[in-house]
Ligand binder design. Structure first.
Ligand SMILES: [Ca+2]
Length: 431
């Protein structure tokens, strides 16, 4: 039986709860990108959360990084280390489509490889192109292919390099960012990391690393970028692997912090998000902690999942950053509870898949630049989660990253759970 609900009262109540959880955003109201018209009210008064029993759809994957759906309902998934792009049929058969590269670009503790993918219909007749983010032995780069279906089998041809020379680090290829997305403005957006070079990349507008890039689909620079000769849209980022646009046209990004604070940022044109001067809302304090160090929670088994990660001591929580040059995060988490990679806007919710935190964070979008209290789901149930995305049937597909060789829910690369695609249903929640 349903009860009468007063949406205004509930919105105020939710907002009151948020005080102390959600931090103030920049007061700059310049639009990040050209804003679409707001959708009907019903879209703004509800959001979605997972419901029911999750199902394993595909198992035996190795560090899948991105999943994109194609117009015929099939999906493409790539594997970071093998360089394989796989087609997932509507009957869940898995076939290899292509290799971007047959060897990982490093020997140990790699973060680079075959990372983001994005699809656009930018060829004559609305034929498709596929963009792929790839770490090579010398750089990070973006490949572009023609993507065509022949009798239901997707094929990649006409491989070319759209953009090369993006900063990469040394042997371990850390902090590549690597997410690709087609924005509501029909541009290719690229999220990057500092390539382990701190301010040398992230605070230098002449370097690509440590940035969000905005690129025309033909590889040229959009004339309305902050600098019409540069792909750089925003700076001061340590390692950003998630980008999403909500129904108000706001762009949100997830960023890995060093030891203390991960961030959700409201991304705006020409802004500087503070790394390495700021970590979260505070002055960044370097420590000896190796990033992503294994936790005791790596001891879990499939039968007995690992416990919640313990929150470590917080070096970067002493001195608030007040320099107006830096745009503060909209929301922060501790890495042990987050380390969120992909984020997607799904029917009123920002849904972020988190690695070390081993969970989905579902964040209701309750207004223009207004977020509800983040809700955690599946903590520890599937290990490290890399991305969650809306499937054509209205369910949510998640990919895990337990074979990526990192600590946390996986144990030094020897995991208690293999990588898979998991489907879960969604239900609406009204406020
Ligand atoms: Ca920041």
């Amino acid at each position: 039986m349903s009860k009468y609900r007063d949406p205004l009262f509930e919105a105020i109540a939710i907002f009151a709860v948020l005080v102390g959880v959600v931090f103030a955003s920049s007061t700059d109201t310049r639009a990040a990108i050209s804003k679409p018209e707001p959708k009907p009210t019903i879209e703004k008064s509800s959001y979605v959360i997972p419901t029911g029993e999750p199902e394993n759809l595909v198992t035996g994957l190795k560090a899948p990084w991105e999943i994109v759906f194609l117009p015929d309902g099939q999906a493409l998934v790539d594997e970071r280390d093998t360089g394989t792009i796989l087609q997932i049929g509507t009957d869940l058969t898995v076939t290899k489509v292509a290799f971007t590269s047959t060897t990982p670009p490093c020997e140990k503790f790699c973060e680079g490889g075959t990372l983001g993918m994005a699809v656009a219909a930018d060829r004559p007749g609305d034929e498709l192109s596929l963009f792929v983010f790839l770490t090579t032995n010398s750089d990070n780069r973006i490949l572009k292919y023609d993507l065509d279906s022949i009798d239901g089998n997707w094929q990649l041809t006409n491989k070319r390099v759209l953009l090369k020379g993006i900063d990469r680090s040394g042997k371990s290829t850390t902090h590549n960012g690597g997410r690709l997305a087609i924005g509501p403005d029909n541009k290719l957006w690229v999220s990057l990391g500092d390539a382990g070079q701190l301010g040398a990349t992230s605070q230098n507008w002449d370097r690509l690393g440590g940035s969000i890039l905005r690129v025309n689909l033909d590889g040229t620079v959009p004339t309305d970028n902050p600098d019409p000769d540069s792909f750089v849209w925003a700076k001061g980022l340590r390692d950003t692997q998630g980008m999403a646009w909500d129904n108000f046209g706001n762009m949100w990004t997830t960023e890995f912090g060093q030891d203390t604070w991960d961030e959700l940022n409201l991304m705006q044109k020409g802004k500087n998000y503070g790394w390495p001067y700021a970590e979260g809302l505070y002055k960044y304090v370097p420590t000896d902690l190796p990033p992503g160090k294994p936790d005791s929670n790596g001891q879990g088994t499939a039968e007995s999942p690992a416990p919640e990660p313990e929150i470590p001591d917080m070096p970067s929580d002493q001195e608030l950053i007040t320099n107006p040059k830096f745009t503060p995060p909209f929301l922060t988490w501790h890495p042990a509870d987050a380390a969120c990679s992909g984020i997607e806007f799904v029917k009123g919710s920002l849904i972020s898949a988190c690695l070390r935190g081993g969970k989905l964070w579902v964040i209701p979008v309750i207004g223009d630049k207004k977020l509800g209290e983040p809700l955690p789901f599946f903590t520890g149930q599937f290990g490290r989660l890399r991305k969650a995305t809306l499937a054509p049937d209205g369910s949510l597909w998640m990919i895990t990253s337990n074979k990526d060789g990192r600590g946390g829910w996986s144990k030094g690369g020897e995991t208690w759970m293999d990588d898979r695609i998991i489907r879960v249903q969604l239900k609406k929640v009204y406020y």
